[in-house]
Design a protein. Structure first.
Length: 259
């Protein structure tokens, strides 16, 4: 256990948060990290300690019916949309101390982060291999609205990984859970003028998922962009994880007030 970091787990409403906070020195900002479809807070296992070691309080979330979060009745869960997730992120942010907040997310979580940022007016926005507005995205095949969905192990391995250790891939596949179909079926629209904070888009050059080209997303958002050419969609769990989080830390240190 790292004595320089305080680890806490808590439930806010129906959201689970795993938090790491530096014990010594000032905390530069709170960073909220939202996982992608079928993933839980554990998706940030490599980024979270690195960010905490750099002086940030880091809160990795699980949405309802995901790892360690409360379970809603299925009939209620399958109606949850990205906006419902974003509302929960904003509610969690309201429980944090009065200091700058950066909201980040991966894949579906990146889209949720964009929606939450409209409500929260954060100090920064960090979409990672992120979903985007429908205007940038190929049409999605609708999911059965009555039941959660999750790719098979083979499909998840194919679309989400490109350069990861086998043990990490298997560890991830063992933890996937069913996602609300409404998170995929709901229209995706956003007023980009409402996003006034600094934005860094992090992309993966070998992303085989349905997210758009991250350079195009960055251009649409008016954001900075960095792409890790050999990484797959779940780049935070791949060999690119540490180089990517170091790039994120350098950006945070530059754009977060007082960092």
């Amino acid at each position: 256990m790292n004595d320089d970091v305080h680890i806490a787990h808590r439930v806010i409403g129906d959201v689970f948060a795993a938090s790491m906070t530096p014990r010594h020195g000032p905390v530069a900002a709170d960073i909220i990290l939202i996982p992608g479809s079928c993933h839980g807070w554990w998706a940030w296992r490599f980024w979270q300690p690195a960010l905490a070691a750099a002086g940030y309080a880091v809160h990795a979330l699980s949405m309802p019916n995901h790892t360690d979060a409360p379970t809603l009745p299925e009939a209620e869960y399958v109606r949850l949309t990205p906006q419902d997730y974003a509302d929960r992120v904003a509610a969690f942010a309201a429980t944090l101390p009065s200091r700058p907040v950066v909201v980040g997310g991966h894949s579906l979580g990146g889209w949720v982060a964009q929606l939450a940022a409209v409500q929260m007016r954060p100090a920064g926005l960090l979409p990672v291999a992120s979903a985007a507005v429908d205007a940038l995205t190929a049409p999605r095949e609708p999911m059965n609205p009555a039941q959660p969905w999750c790719p098979s192990r083979d499909e998840a391995r194919r679309i989400w990984f490109a350069d990861a250790e086998d043990a990490v891939v298997e560890w991830t596949l063992d933890r996937l859970c069913g996602e609300s179909p409404a998170t995929r079926n709901a229209p995706r629209m956003l007023d980009r003028a409402a996003l006034a904070c600094p934005i860094l888009v992090v992309g993966a050059g070998r992303d085989a998922s349905a997210v758009p080209d991250q350079r195009k997303l960055a251009a649409w958002l008016g954001a900075e962009c960095t792409v890790f050419d050999n990484a797959g969609h779940d780049l935070m769990l791949e060999r690119a994880a540490l180089p990517a989080v170091r790039r994120v830390i350098a950006w945070l240190d530059r754009v977060v007030p007082g960092a």
